[in-house]
Write a protein that binds this ligand. Structure first.
Ligand SMILES: [Zn+2]
Ligand SMILES: [Zn+2]
Length: 460
């Protein structure tokens, strides 16, 4: 029988650097920093013009053109259509392959995406895949570590200081729709960005000028900055409910301004998931659009990450937050650290301070004598004595809070008094469920800890 695969002698890990990003940063050349003397040579002028002329046209148009109701509605609708071209098309379909689209839907998304004037699909996805693969490093084309402005649009305005990280887009080279859009991109961009909305408004209600300025330039300004917010705002504002290793965050405000791409912490953890928001009430119109396309037969194979794995991420983050709370609380002394004393010493010491023996542990209850809800007299009866039975129900079945408080008064262990099998009585209720880090659980050395991340936490 023939082996199904062979391992060549050169396919070992020998040539693989320990850290690819650091290896590339060390070995790859980069352009000199931008200074006051060279900045005009270092700008990407075409991008600068696109990003400045569009809002200038929008402002000029807004001051010189009356906005009709029909054109206002068209502008809003076209904002969402071209926005979806980017979010449902460029992003979730072509960058992440999170679902399969039928040909009509692919063409629709390619045209709508061209109307958002953000480059051809292939170029956009190339950068975005690098963004996911090298998030927050210098190989990330719009790394949030370089500041809000850089991740928003600085990376397009200034020539990249180094080549962005490698990312495979060979699947896109095989796509007929992607190739078609690339070939005719200039015409599609001008046609869908400006001409189409002007023609719709012009032919339908005679507002050519309004269609051009409002549904064209103004809508385009909004849709562009909406996408840019996914790289800036979504890496800056909000929470990290699934993982905090990198900058992506979840926030409803970002979702509102990005057609639903605001649950970016989830997205970076589960990029192949067609959803950004997993709760029904969270704003993710892109998800709704894809789901609707599935219902009418235009989309299929919508990918979702196993809920079980999603919950692991959520639980880890919740445990991390709880661990911080746990670390701020004062806990009872570990019984292993308490001195062991004899019965005689216990008796002798009891003459000088209010000591009580409970479950083999000696407690100094002086701070509590006058605060005992059952009265001081009940405690005094047991000074220098074993009050285990009385404490555990003989006189009163104490609350968990009482058990927790009692543990704070521990001062010693009675020799031969503490027996195996009474852990239930010895471990205060508040300490029966604790959060322990991996290396605190007794397995794993400090080097193991580095491997799994020193923030790893587990529930005992
Ligand atoms: Zn991101
Ligand atoms: Zn993405």
């Amino acid at each position: 029988m023939k082996p199904t695969s062979t391992v060549s002698s050169t396919s070992t890990d020998d040539d693989v650097p320990k850290n690819y990003v650091q290896h590339i940063l060390r070995t790859q050349k980069q352009l000199p920093p931008v200074t006051w003397h060279n900045w005009w040579k270092e700008l990407q002028w075409i991008n600068v013009l696109v990003l400045t002329i569009t809002p200038c046209l929008a402002i000029y148009g807004a001051y010189t053109t009356k906005l009709t109701r029909e054109t206002a509605i068209l502008s809003i609708v076209y904002y969402f259509i071209t926005g979806l071209g980017i979010t449902a098309g460029y992003h979730r379909l072509w960058s992440h392959r999170s679902y399969n689209a039928s040909k009509p839907l692919e063409y629709f998304l390619a045209l709508a995406g061209a109307g958002a004037v953000q480059g051809a699909i292939k170029w956009w996805c190339r950068g975005h895949r690098a963004h996911h693969r090298y998030t927050d490093t210098e190989l990330d084309p719009y790394s949030a570590q370089r500041g809000f402005l850089w991740s928003h649009l600085g990376w397009m305005v200034v020539k990249p200081r180094r080549k962005i990280g490698a990312a495979d887009v060979s699947d896109l080279s095989k796509s007929a729709v992607v190739q078609w859009q690339y070939k005719y991109y200039l015409w599609l961009m001008l046609g869908m960005g400006y001409t189409f909305p002007a023609v719709v408004a012009g032919l339908c209600w005679g507002d050519w000028r309004g269609g051009f300025f409002y549904a064209g330039a103004l809508r385009l300004t909004f849709v562009q900055h909406s996408t840019f917010c996914v790289n800036s705002l979504a890496h800056w504002l909000g929470e990290s409910p699934f993982d905090d290793k990198h900058t992506p965050k979840d926030h409803v405000l970002t979702a509102l301004v990005t057609v639903g791409e605001g649950y970016h912490n989830f997205h970076h953890q589960f990029p192949m998931d067609y959803r950004n928001a997993i709760k029904w009430y969270q704003y993710d119109p892109t998800k709704w659009f894809i789901a609707a396309c599935k219902i009418i037969g235009l989309a299929s194979h919508l990918k979702t990450f196993p809920d079980n794995e999603v919950k692991k991420g959520q639980l880890t983050m919740q445990l991390k937050r709880l661990r911080e709370v746990q670390d701020q609380i004062h806990w009872a002394s570990d019984i292993k650290e308490l001195p062991v004393i004899t019965w005689d010493t216990f008796q002798e010491q009891s003459a000088h301070r209010p000591l009580v023996l409970i479950a083999g542990i000696i407690h100094d209850i002086s701070p509590f004598l006058d605060n005992h809800p059952g009265g001081r007299h009940l405690l005094v009866r047991f000074l220098g004595k074993d009050a285990t039975a009385a404490f555990f129900g003989g006189v009163y079945d104490h609350s968990n809070a009482a058990h927790n408080l009692l543990s704070m008064y521990r001062v010693a262990i009675l020799e031969h008094g503490y027996q195996q099998g009474v852990e239930e009585k010895v471990v205060p209720p508040a300490q029966r469920l604790r959060i322990l880090r991996y290396n605190e659980m007794g397995y794993g050395s400090s080097s193991d800890e580095t491997l799994v991340g020193d923030e790893e936490v587990k529930l005992l």
